[in-house]
Design a protein around this ligand. Structure first.
Ligand code: SF4
Length: 512
């Protein structure tokens, strides 16, 4: 179908294999959709039949249940639990200097963590400071500027910022004037590429027209927002009342003001969610027509995130319902023309994430999927994680401790890790699997000077049952993740993660 070189959108009926007949509906260009038989021809899905890359096949709930385990989301490798306090701010300073001493240093990505929120959403997994004190943004902005003052002089002047992102917390908890001050200070200290991607997370409940006007004037061109679920009972159960009207107002105004991309986040697995209620939310989201959608699995870890204890475990949907919610989301968004990028993310086919994936240039960092591969990431603010060459450095999570460190030494990194050769190799493998859904062992072997089959003998052994179950297939010695394997990409990466064995028993969210 791809060989025709024309736009194709496609979707399956998500019949449970063996119970309902499967079918695919395909559309070429602007022709009417045409219904074709799924390669399984209504029988239990034959895992050996290769599916066209862009089609997500019938979702076998039993198969998903089989692979439902706890595992990392791989926004980094090694993951944050492996960072240690033996890595200090002095180590980070040394790495920044070394990174800027080389001629061919890559562009920069900047992240700012703005941690304040007025009220707690019970599902929240972010590093947040809950406060109603509206005076807190000002001194916090001073700290961010001071942290930039420590980093910027070490950065070679020719290096351009290709990407800027504000996350939180709620960046729009900050008044527009404070956001402008932070942005101006950043532009004074770093040089931006003309086509830099400049985005932030907003909470529609905290976003005024004045915010949007200011952000537009500052050159912000991307905006993402949490919605989670429109059902009033679910919203009440998670303590986040956000009407559709409020959300629509912000999306429409952002579009009118010329923001290029609007992304929304949903969560499946929230208390009181049912297939019926979630299907209604999905319809309303499709009607809002966002450019990208992320549908996250609730990371329910009340022993780690204490505010999650407000969610009673018996109000959570059972595992099979949860998987049915995921299935619904995949069905609805692919039917609406979005492509399943991977790891909970959907994007319109003309979105640059899809183009980057087609070109093998998709990358994954702490903000999720991105098109800016290879940048050094400098992150500012409490809990923010920087990635410079072979180093990850994380700032203190607590705002008071962050303040004390910035005041005393200008940097606030208190944990981190310097990657070994083995870590760099495994990071590249996990990145390729997560972003390309394919791995070329020979190319990896040549690049890193290893005999892949012997170096990863154990991991390859662990992949055999996944091949039998149709999550991966071999294609001219390449390992190719099948459409159904994309739903379980974390499981496919885990055999290559050496740290899971070195430090067993860590707390991670469920993989499906
Ligand atoms: S608004 Fe966002 S960051 Fe703040 S508590 Fe809710 S989910 Fe967490």
């Amino acid at each position: 179908m791809r060989a025709l070189g024309r736009h194709i959108s496609s979707y399956p009926d998500f019949g449970i294999a063996g119970v309902l007949p499967c079918a695919l509906e395909v559309r070429y260009g602007f022709q009417k959709p045409r219904r074709i038989a799924c390669p399984c021809r209504g029988r239990s899905h034959d895992k050996r039949i290769p599916m066209p890359d862009m089609i997500v096949p019938c979702v076998d709930l039993d198969l998903l249940c089989k692979y439902d385990t706890a595992g990392p989301r791989y926004t980094s490798y090694p993951t944050a639990p492996q960072f240690t306090s033996s890595f200090t701010a002095a180590d980070f300073r040394e790495e920044i200097r070394a990174a800027n001493a080389v001629k061919e240093a890559p562009p920069l990505s900047l992240y700012f963590h703005l941690p304040f929120c007025e009220s707690v959403c019970f599902f929240c997994g972010c590093n947040v400071t809950f406060t109603s004190d509206r005076k807190r943004p000002r001194p916090y902005t001073d700290l961010l500027i001071r942290e930039m003052d420590s980093v910027a002089p070490m950065v070679a002047p020719h290096r351009r910022v290709a990407q800027l992102h504000w996350g939180g917390g709620t960046p729009t908890f900050f008044p527009p004037a404070e956001l402008k001050r932070l942005h101006d200070a950043t532009r004074e200290r770093f040089s931006f590429a003309a086509d830099a991607e400049v985005g932030l997370e907003v909470d529609p409940r905290e976003t005024t027209s004045e915010h949007l006007r200011t952000l537009q004037e500052l050159g912000f061109n991307r905006l993402s927002m949490g919605i989670q679920d429109f059902d009033p009972a679910v919203q009440k159960a998670v303590n986040r009342i956000q009407t559709e009207e409020i959300t629509r107002r912000v999306i429409e105004e952002a579009r009118e003001r010329g923001f290029q991309s609007v992304s929304v986040d949903l969560i499946y697995g929230l208390p009181l969610q049912t297939e019926r209620s979630f299907a209604a939310t999905l319809e309303r989201i499709v009607a809002l027509n966002p450019d990208r959608v992320a549908v996250f699995n609730l990371a329910y870890l009340p022993e780690v995130m204490r505010h999650q204890k407000a969610i009673k475990a018996d109000t959570l949907p059972p595992p099979r319902t949860k998987l049915a919610l995921l299935r619904l989301a995949i069905e609805r968004f692919t039917a609406a023309g979005y492509r399943y990028i991977g790891m909970d993310h959907f994007a319109k086919p003309d979105d640059e994430l899809c183009r980057a994936q087609d070109d093998g240039a998709l990358y994954r960092n702490f903000q999720g999927y991105t098109t800016h591969a290879g940048c050094d990431l400098h992150a500012f603010g409490a809990s923010a994680i920087s990635q410079v060459r072979r180093v990850y450095a994380q700032n203190c999570k607590n705002v008071r401790e962050y303040e004390a460190m910035i005041q005393s030494q200008g940097l606030a990194s208190h944990r981190g890790i310097r990657l070994s050769d083995d870590d760099v190799l495994r990071r590249e493998i996990i990145m390729r699997l997560m972003c390309d859904f394919a791995l070329d062992p020979d190319a990896i072997g040549r690049r890193f000077g290893i005999e892949f089959s012997s170096y990863f003998a154990e991991a390859l052994e662990m992949l055999i049952p996944m091949e039998t179950d149709g999550l991966i297939r071999r294609d001219n010695e390449k390992i190719v993740v099948t459409p159904v394997g994309r739903l379980l990409i974390r499981n496919i990466c885990m055999p290559f993660d050496a740290w899971l064995k070195k430090k067993p028993g860590q707390k991670f969210s469920r993989t499906v």
